[in-house]
Design a protein around this ligand. Structure first.
Ligand code: NAD
Ligand code: MG
Length: 398
C-alpha cells in the first residue's frame, strides 16, 4: 500500500450480513478505502449489483456455475471473475489487497483467513469458526508475518477496546483478572426446556437484538455462539477458558468487559449494530464515522445481567468443555454443530437434538494435536461424517 492514498479492501462473504454492513461503512469513506475484491458463494444477482456499485478489480464465487453466470452478467465491467479455493487464497494474498474482511460463514472461511494471516495483511476477523478450528495455527501465522488481527465479533472487539493495546495489535494482559463475555441470551432466554427442545427454525432465527445470517442466529439461540466465542476469546487474548466468564445481558448494549486486578471493570457500550466494530477494525488505531445511531442513555431503559443456564442451553457447556480439553476437540465441536444446525434448518432434526449431535460426536472421536491445517481439515471431515450419521440415526427415530 506504499504510495497509495487508499487502502485496498477484500470483502469475503460480501453478500452476507457482515459483508453488507462492511460495504455500508466503506462507501462512507471513499477517501480512505477502495473495494478491490468481493467474494461470495452462490448469490449471483446480489454480486452483480455489488460489482456494478463497487467496481472491484476481482470478484470470486466459490460455486463455479455461479462464477460463470456472474462473468456473463458483468461482462461489460472491468471486474475479473474467478472461482476455486486456491484462487481465493491467491487473491487475498495479492498486492491488490491491504485489508481482508474475513466474513465467510463457517469452516468454509478457514483457508482464506489463514492465507490473509500468512501474507501479513490487516485481518478483520468476523469468521470466528477459523479461530475455533485452528486458533494456534492462525495466531502463530499472524505473529510470524506481522499480520494484525482485529476482532470484528462485537464481544471481542469490545474486549480489544477495553484492553491496553497502546496502538499495538497484541494487547497487554498486565493486571487483567478475567474477561467477561456478555450474551443476549437469544430468543429462548425465558422459554422452558420442553419449548426450547421443539422450537422451529423461524423461531430460532428471530433474534431479539441482532440481524444476522441464519447459522449464527441459530447458534445464538442455542448459546453455541457464546461457546464458540469463548474459544475465540481464549485464542485472541491468550486467556485460559477458566478466566473467561459469560454473563447474560438481554439488552446487548454492554458488548463485553474486562475485569482488572484492582477491582476496575472496563466495558464497551453501544447500540447493537455491527457497523461499530467493523468501522473500528477498518480505521484502527483511528476512529471513523460508522453511520450508527448514538446511544441514548435517557431512553434506553435498564441494563440487566443474569447467569447463563447451561442446563437449558447445553451447547455452552459443550463448547467450554472443548476449550478445556484443547487439541482438536473444538474442531469436532464446531464441525458437529455446523452439521446439526444445517439438519435443524432443513427440519431433519429438532432444535433440542443439536447438543445431542455435538455431544455424541465429541464422545465418538479421539482428540488429537492440531499440528497442521491438514490435521485440522481431516478432523473436521471425520467429525462431519460422524455427526451426519448421528443426524441420520436421530431423524429415523433410532
Ligand atoms: P451470512 O450467512 O449472512 O453470510 C455468509 C457469507 O458467506 C455470504 O456472503 C455467503 O455467500 C458466503 N459464503 C457462504 N458459504 C461460502 C463458501 N463455501 N465459500 C465462500 N463464501 C461462502 O453470515 P454472517 O451473519 O454475515 O456471518 C459471517 C461470519 O461472521 C460468521 O462466521 C459469523 O459467525 C460471523 N459473525 C457475524 C455476526 C453478525 O452480526 N452477522 C456477528 C459476529 C460474527
Ligand atoms: Mg458475537
Amino acid at each position: 500500500m506504499e504510495g497509495r492514498s487508499q487502502q485496498f479492501v477484500a470483502v469475503l462473504g460480501a453478500t452476507g450480513s457482515i459483508g453488507t454492513s462492511t460495504l455500508d461503512v466503506l462507501v462512507r469513506h471513499p477517501d480512505r478505502f477502495k473495494v478491490s475484491v468481493l467474494a461470495a458463494n452462490t448469490s449471483v444477482d446480489h454480486m452483480t449489483s455489488l460489482c456494478r456499485l463497487h467496481k472491484p478489480r476481482y470478484a470470486h464465487m466459490a460455486d463455479s456455475d455461479s462464477a460463470e453466470r456472474l462473468a456473463e452478467a458483468v461482462a461489460d465491467c472491468d471486474t475479473q471473475v474467478m472461482t476455486g479455493a486456491d484462487e481465493l487464497c491467491a487473491l487475498v494474498q495479492s498486492p491488490e489487497v491491504d485489508v481482508v474482511m474475513a466474513a465467510i460463514v463457517g469452516a468454509a472461511g478457514l483457508l482464506s483467513t489463514i492465507a490473509a494471516a500468512r501474507a501479513g495483511k490487516k485481518l478483520l476477523l468476523a469468521n470466528k469458526e477459523s479461530l475455533v478450528m485452528a486458533g494456534a495455527l492462525l495466531m502463530d501465522a499472524a505473529e510470524a508475518s506481522g499480520a494484525v488481527i482485529l476482532p470484528i465479533d462485537s464481544e471481542h472487539n469490545a474486549i480489544f477496546q477495553c484492553l491496553d493495546s497502546n496502538d499495538r495489535a497484541v494487547p497487554s494482559l498486565d493486571g487483567v483478572n478475567s474477561i467477561i463475555l456478555t450474551a443476549s441470551g437469544g430468543p429462548f432466554r425465558l422459554w422452558d426446556a420442553d419449548a426450547i427442545y421443539s422450537a422451529t427454525p423461524t423461531q430460532a432465527i428471530a433474534h431479539p437484538n441482532w440481524n444476522m445470517g441464519a447459522k449464527i442466529s441459530v447458534d445464538s439461540a442455542s448459546l453455541m455462539n457464546k461457546g464458540l466465542e469463548l474459544i475465540e476469546a481464549s485464542w485472541l487474548f491468550r486467556m485460559p477458558a477458566s478466566r473467561i466468564e459469560v454473563v447474560v445481558h438481554p439488552q446487548s448494549i454492554v458488548h463485553s468487559m474486562v475485569r482488572y486486578d484492582d477491582g476496575s471493570v472496563l466495558a464497551q457500550l453501544g447500540n447493537p449494530d455491527m457497523r461499530t466494530p467493523i468501522a473500528y477494525g477498518l480505521a484502527w488505531p483511528e476512529r471513523i464515522d460508522a453511520g450508527v445511531k448514538p446511544l441514548d442513555f435517557l431512553n434506553m431503559g435498564p441494563l440487566e445481567f443474569e447467569a447463563a443456564d447451561t442446563a437449558r442451553f447445553p451447547c455452552l457447556r459443550l463448547a467450554r468443555e472443548s476449550a478445556q480439553a484443547g487439541g482438536t476437540s473444538s474442531v469436532i465441536c464446531n464441525a458437529a454443530n455446523e452439521v446439526a444446525v444445517e439438519a435443524f434448518l432443513s427440519q431433519r432434526i429438532e432444535f433440542g437434538n443439536i447438543p445431542i449431535v455435538v455431544e455424541n460426536t465429541l464422545a465418538g472421536l479421539a482428540n488429537q494435536e492440531p499440528v497442521s491445517i491438514d490435521v485440522v481439515l481431516k478432523q473436521d471431515s471425520l467429525a462431519r461424517q460422524c455427526a451426519a450419521a448421528e443426524v441420520e440415526r436421530i431423524s429415523k427415530g433410532a
